[in-house]
Structures are given as structure tokens and as C-alpha cells.
Ligand binder design. Sequence first.
Ligand SMILES: C[S@@+](CC[C@H](N)C(=O)[O-])C[C@H]1O[C@@H](n2cnc3c(N)ncnc32)[C@H](O)[C@@H]1O
Length: 230
Amino acid sequence: MNYDKPTIEPTTLWDFPRQNYGKIKHGDNKYPGVTPAFVIWNLIQRYTKEGDLVVDPMCGSGTTIDVCKEEKRRVLGFDIVPYREDIKEADARKLPLENEIADFIFIDSPYSDNIKYNNHKDNIGNISCTKKEFYIELDKVAREAFRILKPNKYLAWLIGDHWRKKTGFIPVGFKIYSILEQYFYPIDIVAVARHNQTSNTPFWRDKAIKYNFYLRGFKYLIIMKKEVTE
Ligand SMILES: C[S@@+](CC[C@H](N)C(=O)[O-])C[C@H]1O[C@@H](n2cnc3c(N)ncnc32)[C@H](O)[C@@H]1O
């Protein structure tokens, strides 16, 4: 397979060996929790056309911006703490955008409080997925995405589950799916293989077998449509 040029994935199992493709950076692979650029490339091929407006309300290091610009889509990226100048500062729960403006929305939200993105008081990544509040706040993000998305257009949300010794398994992906289902019509779910996660080491692999738990091997990419019938 030629990973320098992405190809459209035909199945619901996406397995990319690296974060980036090609010679130019798409986002910053040093950014914690950066999205594989291949994921965004695949989504915009399927759900947008040239000139469409893509919005990423939790843009992190700007992967969505870089992929979209290269593919001639218009793009707006927001984050509670902008990592670079072309990312606008905003809360994903209250975006400075009018209703029904976006042709496509991509969100790779925090999965819990496992990654320290920043200390901003409104960073949802500082709330544990063991707390109800985490889902209440992500519900607000989903509702805001519904407001800004054009009718009959698509949203994709990347999310992973959680396992901790203290709490056991928390099906964060299923919980986010049921939030999204309140607003959107389900199109599909893709399993995106996880590589290079910090627990992918011989130490953690041995522990997982010895203590009979699983390391996270995939994330859910939940694809939804804002279905509006006349
Ligand atoms: C998984 S990262 C996104 C990674 C990004 N797609 C990339 O490729 O770099 C999640 C992001 O959500 C942001 N975030 C957390 N709470 C937010 C909020 N209330 N509004 C906007 N962004 C928020 C964090 O600052 C972090 O950058």
C-alpha cells in the first residue's frame, strides 16, 4: 500500500500506520491526541466536495485545517486554547457561527481526562469520563454541532473507550453514540486502529495479559447525518 497518497477506505476497519501522509505536515504529530490525517482525508472525500465548508470545533493542532485546505475545502477550526494562529479561540458548546452554515463537521473530542491538553477552565478534557458531567458537556457540543450543520449533511465524531484499574471498563464510545442519536441519524461506525499509544509497550502488554484486561486497540468513528425531511 502506498501511504504517501491516501486511498478511499472501502470497509469499516481503518488501520493507518502513521499520523501523517505525504511530505507536508497535517496537524502536528507531537500534539497529544492528534488525529490521523488519513481519517479526515477519507471523510471529506466521501461527504464533501470542493468549496464546501468544513468545521472542526475541537481542532487541536489543526489537522482538519491542513487536510481541508489541501483538498480545496473551506475550513474553520476552533479550540478552547488555539495551538496556532489560524485556529480561532471558541468553546465548542457555543460557536461564533450562524445556524446551518457547515457542510461537514469533524470532531475528535477528549475521551476523558487522560490527556492534559491545557488548564483552561472550559477544557472538557479536564473532566473524567467516570463523571456524568463529561457526557452533559459533550451533549452540549453535539447540540451545537446540530445547530450549525446544514440539513441533510454529515458529522463524524472520533472517540475511544476507557479502562482503568480503579473503575474498570467505561464504554465511552457507546455513550457518545447514544448522545448523537438524539440529534442525528446514524450512517455508520468505523473502527480506527490505534497505534503508538503510550500503553503500546511490552510493559503494558504483559500487564494486560497477567491481570486479564485489554489495552485499547481501536477508536470509534461515528458517522451521522442531520436528516431533515420536508
Ligand atoms: C483530541 S484533541 C483534538 C485533536 C485534533 N483533531 C488534532 O488533530 O490535533 C481534543 C481537543 O479538544 C479541545 N477542547 C477541549 N474542550 C474544549 C471546548 N470546550 N471547546 C473547544 N475545544 C475544546 C482540547 O483543547 C483539544 O485540543
